[in-house]
Design a protein around this ligand. Sequence first.
Ligand code: NAP
Length: 312
Amino acid sequence: MISENIKTRLLEGAVLAAQIKQEVQTEIARMIETTGYRPCLAVVRVGDDPASAVYVRGKVKTSEEIGMRSEHHALPESTTTAELLDLVSTLNQRDDVDGLLVQLPLPKAIDEATIIEAIDPAKDVDGFHPISVGKLAQGRPVFVPCTPAGIIELLDYNSIEIRGANACVVGRSQIVGRPMAQLLLQRDATVTICHSRTRDLAAVTRQADLLVVAIGRAGMIGREHIKPGAVVIDVGMNRVSDEAEVRRLFGDAAEKRLEVVAKRGATLVGDVNPAEAMEVAGMFTPVPGGVGLLTVAMLMKNTLKAAKLRQH
Ligand code: NAP
């Protein structure tokens, strides 16, 4: 038995995400009033990946809700690297576009790195361009990738001390793990990065006061990985439909999730086993309802920043 006394607090993202969007909305209204200019986010999507279509719809819808202009460029699966480069170049040159993002993953035939490098760093609101990555590594961030930036906001909002904390990030992707580790380091945490080649993962993660998990495997992190009382941030977004798996992951809350599976075919789960995290962690982000909600809010914040830096 790891602990009998821990009462886990859920770190929900909804209130903070709404607050960030409200702040951006207010600033956009002020910008329009004083300069007559409305910031614009251009989103490019290639192919038919259903998850990407959902994410892009969410980004476009949120832009419009907060008074930003948005453009959705949907290109067919057969698009070539050269054709996509042409569109990126046009959007780079257009003065009425402030933020430009190309939704990943791209179809295999397109060279992703070439496309990311073609985006004007002044419009790189995803923060994936090598210049953005380099500036973040130097501790001079301009555009920070939205998911890790949202996690820092969530930690601050909940007055969780980062300075001096033993932080562990599981996952080293360009989108989440690496920038997350950089941001925590910048805020004076002692940072360990784990990945698929880490020996005895649980022994490493169990040292962490602050554990951020971005792996992409449903419920992989269990009670043996978590230090009692730790803050656990679950970035994972996985779809689960198997009944036994739902029961393993959700414990007492399984019936409710099985209703979701019956209705929608699957339920969302993170990379952390939520039933086990609720036994051990001091604080834990739910999936859905945690980190995911902040990602789009931070994209809006980055786009407003781009518009301001471009001096509209
Ligand atoms: P990714 O690019 O696939 O990277 C996964 C990372 O996990 C890699 O660094 C990999 O190590 C590591 N890993 C894989 N198996 C492991 C294991 N058994 N033990 C330890 N580490 C392991 O994934 P990602 O883009 O970072 O996304 C991670 C998750 O976050 C996914 O579920 C994704 O859907 C979700 N996500 C959510 C949001 C949001 O807004 N909430 C945003 C982005 C991503 P190697 O480097 O050694 O291969």
